[in-house]
Design a protein. Structure first.
Lengths: 442, 485, 252
């Protein structure tokens, strides 16, 4: 960590707080949180590979940048339309540009009763108590997370989604996060809160895209509570530009009989770090923590996950698969933690990676930490190239090598994309995989 | 802490004469004062009548050690060790201080020997009873020595090797585990007292299992052994290390270093049964076993296999590793670790694939009971040049009771797309069904647990030389006593 | 003296009464069959007799050669000569059949105050039993029940019976999961082990097993009680009429 990397953040923080221009600056809890965030970030600094959780992800490239705080942008983006995964006509859409909510680009009018979608800034005005009760309260173990604290210091806007008790939101809610920077490097720190009330059900699709040439740092923090009996499907596509740094810290608590179902596909970004922490804190809580990554060039994608089984009879399954081309690098560090007395835990984890070039690299650390005896826990992990026999078989049937290879990689990844329960979304994600493969450099 | 009979004599000699080699601190006693400094290291080297180069190496290590920090990444908690509050050259035990007969020995210790079926004479040696010189293992070793020498095999203590084979020692000592390697290996490099030295000449297959079982135990060697095994081109050797001497001292530090070198087409098999005193049922006492073991498969087609059965010690940190440099070289690691009561173990292996078509296989079976905490920690690294490398890892943990912990922390780094890495890990418990099935056949609950655990470990037990396998199986049962019911 | 005498036995699982005052008496050398529909408590009876956890005996008694066994540990019951051929034999990976049986035989011998068999004697004895039952010896080198087919598992149970030489063998649904050929082989093994000193209690849902292991007495068990007893013909009667006459759905 170099002091100079922290300096700009300091100056910006001081300028923003002095100007009193941060939303909710009159709220003491929020000011305290920001202040504590800045102090703690100062103490921790940007993590080096000597920090165990960052062993395989080097932030030098990020530290070399000087990011300017993203400001409210009113000018036209030069976009014909909002990029969407689920189609313009379908679903509900909230659009954020450089971390700020853009009502005029969003379409939330058809939201059914029981679903409340707001921007964080709006919520500070309309429902400050809700935020005061939840923000920084759901998160746990955040003390050692520097990006979490950086987010606290700078948070201004983000998504607030509250699904009320018993509400079933049929159509997916798509949230488009657009990173747009052309002239100078920009950083923004969106803060999200998602509460799925008792026995509710909703599908949230995060869609991260970018335009422009300049570097961006999107430092998201998401807090999620899935209340008893609720189901939350949470899918994410990160397709930002090769100039983007993407850090996403997520804390989710899953309560009794609730189901948290997540899937993250990373194709974009110069450096992406997804760090979800899922705590199963009610019996019969269930979670899927799945993902896929496709990286090439000098892209780097890091999925560092933690699943905690805090009480008896909880279940989770985690599958991460990826393919790397060029000098693409990926990290999978998944930890499964079973608390004392969390008997009858059923947890398994699988990480599989295809190395499609001789310069690609995968570092894997699947970790089990278990303090209860009546459990079934396992993990598996493989890394290597495509299997030769099926490849030969396809070619012997006249399929050219690049096509055969693409077919095999696609089917390898499809296996995990299939875990997405909503069919339309599954197809949309599969299309992204196909698209990436069609641009293969090899 | 103890010393060999040999060192007793040495110390008596030295204390009776003037010190050579500019030894500055005046030491009147039979042992130097507590603490660690350059004078102490000079004293050790002096006592052992070592050549200057050896002393220099020790001092280099010591100076480096001063710059190092006690590691903290292991998943174990131990109180900080005060390295200045220890003796680095053992006060040699006088015969009068030792138990005079088995009647003076802790009955629990004898019970363990009994269960292991160790004959009475051996029991006396293991317990450190002053015994007749006839049973002195030095003479036992000598009989083997003659036999081995016929084939050019050198099997002697490290001290002897430094005197008699200085060129070999100079060439290989620290070549696998450099003096600066890690905190405890560096400490060992500075203060090591003795250990084994094995040299197998080109093309020779060692005709018998070499063992330090008797020697280490009988001579009650201190805490810092240094072992070096060199297998020349086309040779092979199987080496057994038995640490079945429970010690009753409190939280004694044991920091050994083992280096293996296998040249072209050579094969080294290194087996360990470690049963140092694990502390009592309440976690009082026991050995801190912080050992650095590493083998270099330097030659093409060479092979190094580590097999370990770890049931002892209060705290164990140990990662027997293989550096697979030669093309087609093979590294294997088979491990059983059992922790009961308040034992802690953080153990595993490293397989570093550097050569082409290198293969490694890791089979780790961890059993945790009582309040014990156990971690498998492993690294598999495939370098960009290791085309065709293959690793397979299987890590299984078994928990007995709900107050223990079992953890798996593998690091898998692959930088070669022509390589294949596979890792599997499971955690389970002994099922009620299995226990009832055994009991219905007349087997007591405790025996049933031992039986199921032995079955769980079978793949590793099969790797042990016959005579060790039997002992290891019994150890499994004994180590888990009191863990059920 | 009766081999087994069950008097008004009552047992429950987690508060639900399964055995509701069951009576049964068996003499040495006799083979008794207990037939009954699913859920009548047949397997519970087997487990209560052998001392499995999870069952609470709330009344009555079970005397084995005049001695109450209900307070005994499972291994003590095995030592006095009670054997259960499991409906679902349990896999014990890594423990060979030989190791397992040697441990069992010697544990029982020890409990009876007899000398343990050395490896040679034991192996010889085991080899003879394999031969008697036509079981290939290499099965003894495999892990207990691990990767065994359904038929192999049941044959291994019979082999264990032969090795442990019990006075009373309880065969719990030994026919389940077996095709007719496997059934014949298993039954043949059981018949070879019949002797005037050994009693057997054959628990089954279907009559077909009793074509091959012909019982001296047949009992019908419904809702935790013996509701009817008779000779071997009773089994055929049941096959034709089903359990409906006892207030149960016709057997599938």
């Amino acid at each position: 960590m170099s002091e100079s990397a922290l300096q700009p953040f300091h100056e910006q923080y001081t300028a923003l707080t002095n100007a009193g221009s941060l939303p909710g600056s009159a709220l003491p809890w929020l000011s305290n949180l920001r202040e504590r965030g800045m102090t703690r970030f100062d103490e921790l600094g940007f993590p080096t590979p000597r920090v165990e959780k960052w062993k395989y992800t080097n932030l030098r490239a990020l530290e070399r940048q000087v990011f300017h705080p993203a400001t409210t942008m009113t000018a036209s983006l030069g976009l014909d339309r909002v990029p969407t995964l689920i189609g313009e006509q379908a679903g509900h859409r909230a659009v954020f540009v450089n971390g700020r909510f853009r009502a005029e680009m969003s379409s939330l009018g058809r939201l059914p009763k029981g679903a409340k979608v707001m921007s964080f800034a709006q919520a500070l005005e309309a429902e400050p108590n809700l935020l005061a009760e939840e923000i920084d309260q759901i998160a746990e173990g955040q003390d050692e997370q520097p990006f979490y604290h950086l987010n606290c210091a700078f948070m201004q806007d983000g998504l607030v989604l509250h699904v009320e008790e018993g509400a079933k939101i049929e159509e997916p809610i798509e949230v488009v996060y657009l990173a747009a920077a052309d002239d100078e490097s920009l950083a923004y720190h969106p803060r999200h809160l998602i509460v799925a009330g008792k026995n509710s059900e909703a599908t949230l699709v995060e869609h991260h895209v970018g335009i422009g040439e300049a570097n961006t740092l999107a430092n998201h923090v998401t807090e999620i509570r899935v209340e008893p009996g609720a189901k939350l499907h949470h899918y994410k596509l990160n397709a930002e530009t090769d100039a983007a740094f993407h850090v996403s810290t997520l804390h989710a608590r899953v309560q009794e009989n609730a189901f948290y179902d997540s899937f993250t596909l990373t194709t974009g970004g110069q450096l992406s770090r997804n760090e979800p922490h899922v705590k199963l804190e009610g019996s019969f809580a269930d979670a899927r923590l799945n993902g896929a990554y496709l990286q090439r060039g000098k892209q780097h994608c890091d999925n560092t996950t933690l699943i905690e089984h805090a009480v008896p009879d909880t279940h989770c399954r985690e599958i991460f698969k990826g393919a790397l081309e060029g000098k693409g690098r990926a990290v999978f560090a998944g930890k499964l933690h079973v608390y004392p007395d969390a008997q009858r835990t059923d947890g398994n984890q699988l990480s599989r990676c295809l190395l499609l070039s001789n310069q690609a690299e995968i570092d894997t650390k699947p970790e089990l930490e278990i303090y209860a005896d009546d459990v079934v826990c396992s993990h598996g992990c493989t890394a290597g190239e495509l299997e030769k026999d099926p490849l030969f078989y396809l070619r012997s049937r006249g399929i050219p090598f690049p096509v055969a290879r693409r077919m095999m990689v696609e089917s390898f990844l499809a296996e995990v994309v299939q875990e997405i329960t909503t069919e339309d979304l599954r197809q949309a994600f599969l299309d992204r995989v196909t698209d990436w493969l069609s641009r293969s450099e090899q | 802490m103890g010393a060999t009979a040999e060192t007793v004599e040495q110390v008596q000699e030295v204390t009776g004469q003037k010190y050579k080699y500019g030894f500055v601190t005046e030491i009147d006693e039979e042992r130097p004062p507590k603490g660690l400094n350059e004078d102490i290291i000079r004293f050790i080297s002096q006592k052992k009548e070592e050549p200057e180069w050896m002393l220099e190496w020790r001092l280099k290590a010591y100076r480096h050690w001063l710059t190092m920090k006690h590691p903290s990444w292991q998943k174990c908690s131990i109180p900080p060790i005060d390295f200045q509050d220890a003796y680095y050259y053992a006060a040699p035990k006088q015969d009068k201080d030792r138990p005079q007969s088995l009647d003076d020995v802790d009955p629990k210790l004898l019970e363990t020997y009994e269960k292991l079926g160790i004959p009475l004479q051996e029991q006396e040696m293991l317990a450190g009873v002053a015994v007749d010189a006839v049973f002195d293992s030095v003479s036992v070793a000598t009989t083997y020595k003659a036999k081995l020498e016929e084939q050019g095999i050198i099997f002697c203590s490290m001290s002897e090797a430094i005197h008699n084979h200085p060129d070999l020692v100079k060439q290989y000592l620290g070549s696998v585990v450099p003096y600066s390697d890690n905190f405890f290996a560096t400490l060992n490099s500075a203060v090591f007292t003795d250990g084994s030295f094995v040299y197998i000449p080109k093309g020779v297959k060692c005709p018998m299992e070499l063992s330090t079982y008797f020697r280490i135990n009988a001579e009650n060697t201190g805490q810092f052994e240094r072992t070096l095994i060199i297998a020349e081109e086309g040779s092979s050797v199987s080496y057994l290390e038995g640490c079945t001497a429970p010690q009753r001292d409190e939280n004694q530090l044991h920091a050994a270093v083992v280096e293996l070198v296998a040249l072209d087409n050579a094969e080294i098999k290194y087996s360990t049964v470690q049963n140092w005193f694990p502390g009592d049922e309440n976690g009082v006492g026991g050995i801190y076993n912080f050992v650095t073991k590493r083998g270099a498969c330097r030659g093409d087609n060479s092979k190094i296999a580590w097999t370990q059965v770890e049931t002892g010690s209060a705290v164990t940190w140990k990662y027997p590793s293989c550096i697979l440099q030669g093309d087609n070289s093979v590294g294997e690691f088979y491990s059983i670790a059992i922790t009961n009561n308040y034992q802690q173990a953080d153990t595993g292996t490293k397989m570093i694939h550097l050569g082409k078509n290198t293969k490694s296989r890791i089979v780790s079976k961890g059993i945790s009971a009582g309040h014990a905490d156990q971690t498998y920690r492993g690294l598999v690294r495939v370098s960009p040049k290791a085309d065709g490398a293959h690793n397979f890892t299987q890590c299984d943990s078994l928990l007995i009771g709900d107050t223990c912990g079992a953890h798996t922390v593998p690091y898998i780094e692959s930088r070669n797309n022509q390589a294949r890495v596979e890792h599997e890990a499971t955690t389970s418990k002994i099922s009620e069904d299995q226990l009832f099935y055994c009991r219905q056949r007349g087997i007591s609950e405790e025996d049933a647990v031992a039986l199921v655990v032995n079955g769980f470990c079978r793949e590793v037990l099969q790797q042990l030389p016959m005579e060790f396998a039997v002992e290891a199986q019994k150890l499994v049962g004994i180590s888990l006593e009191g863990s059920v019911g | 003296m009766a081999m087994l005498e069950i008097k008004d036995l009552r047992a429950e699982i987690e508060g639900t009464e399964i055995l509701k005052g069951l009576n049964l008496s068996m003499d040495p050398g006799e083979v008794h069959a207990i037939m009954g529909p699913n859920g009548s408590g047949k397997s519970t009876l087997a487990h209560v007799l052998t001392g499995r956890d999870g069952y609470e005996v709330t009344g009555g008694d079970a005397l084995f050669q005049g001695q109450s066994i209900l307070e005994m540990e499972p291994e003590e019951r095995a030592a006095v000569g009670l054997f259960l051929a499991f409906q679902y034999p349990v896999e014990i990976p890594g423990v060979t059949m030989t190791t397992f049986l040697k441990e069992a035989v010697n544990s029982i011998r020890k409990a009876r105050g007899e000398d343990e068999l050395d490896a040679m004697k034991f192996t010889k004895q085991l080899r003879e039993r394999c031969k008697l039952l036509n079981i290939p010896e290499d099965m003894m080198r495999r892990s207990v029940n691990t990767g065994f087919s359904g038929g192999e598992k049941k044959r291994a149970e019979v082999l264990q019976m032969a090795a442990l030489e019990p006075k009373l063998a309880v065969l719990d649904e030994t026919d389940s999961g077996l095709d007719i050929d496997a059934l014949k082989t298993v039954a043949d093994g059981v018949n070879r082990l019949r002797s005037p000193e050994r009693s057997m209690l054959v628990i089954t849902h279907y009559q077909r097993l009793l074509n091959y292991i012909v019982p001296d007495h047949v009992h019908v068990m419904v809702k935790g009680q013996i509701v009817k007893s008779g000779g071997k013909d009773l089994a055929h009667e049941l096959e034709a009429e089903g359990y409906a006459q006892f207030g149960e759905e016709k057997a599938a």
